[in-house]
Design a protein around this ligand. Structure first.
Ligand SMILES: C[S@@+](CC[C@H](N)C(=O)[O-])C[C@H]1O[C@@H](n2cnc3c(N)ncnc32)[C@H](O)[C@@H]1O
Length: 222
């Protein structure tokens, strides 16, 4: 399967910056991700059922469609607030071997004005409460032994360092046991491009955040 596409074959916990693989999802959708890490993980874990409750431009859906065209036989469900699915209030329909979630990094990119859009939360504390609800719903939709992968990044906001990656890691126990922490270097970064005193996003001490972190949790087997 890996021969058909330039999927990572992770042996180490660091992914160097590289050009986005544009076959999956859309690079025009702000905050989109490269699907190769997702592809590596579902192949690595042999997941036969996969869900993504915040698909954005559809990166994971496109990836699974391609893998299935080569016989992977993966059952897939995807949703997003932009399609009317609200993870703050709705359960993920079904049970899955693998759940991937790439949430907003709080208000770094505003996706909509809706109250339950995580990018619209009035404070980081409210955002974190909503994200925790979302991750617990992801965990509830995992089969025993299944994995939950959460792709997040830290940011600067009005003179503070927003420790989103640490706060997700601190949910260990509530959303499974941590199995891997993968650091992915970023080539282009919205917070760099838009860092401004007006938005409150200037990097602290001149050190720009240039990486995202994928935290993989595992639900214990029964
Ligand atoms: C970082 S983007 C995901 C991008 C996606 N990985 C891609 O490659 O295109 C985060 C997504 O979360 C969605 N979102 C925000 N709040 C949500 C909610 N309460 N329920 C479901 N989706 C939500 C936004 O609409 C946005 O598409």
């Amino acid at each position: 399967m890996r021969n058909h596409f330039p999927i990572y074959n992770l042996a180490k916990s660091i992914i160097p910056a590289s050009r986005r693989y544009n076959r999956w999802g859309s690079n025009r959708y702000r905050g989109n991700c490269d699907g190769r890490l997702f592809a590596d993980l579902i192949l690595r874990y042999g997941a036969k059922s996969v869900a993504d409750p915040m698909i954005g431009s559809g990166t994971t859906a496109d990836c699974v469609r391609d893998l299935n065209a080569h016989g992977a036989g993966i059952q897939y469900w995807g949703g997003d607030l932009n399609q009317g699915f609200n993870l703050v209030t709705d359960d993920i329909p079904g049970m899955f071997d693998f759940v991937w979630i790439h949430p907003p990094y709080w208000n770094l990119i505003r996706y909509s004005q809706r109250e339950t859009d995580l990018s619209n939360a009035p404070t980081y504390e409210v955002f974190l409460e909503q994200l925790t609800v979302c991750l617990e719903r992801c965990y509830a939709a995992l089969n025993p032994g299944g994995r939950l992968a959460v792709l997040v990044g830290d940011m600067h906001w009005k003179g503070k360092f927003i420790t989103l990656t640490r706060d997700v890691q601190n949910l260990e126990g509530r959303v499974g046991q941590i199995r891997a922490i993968i650091v992915k270097a970023m080539a282009n970064c919205w917070s760099d491009i838009n860092a401004s005193p007006h938005r409150g996003t200037l990097p602290l001490d001149g050190i720009k955040v240039r990486h995202e972190t994928c935290i993989v949790f595992r639900k214990p087997k029964l």
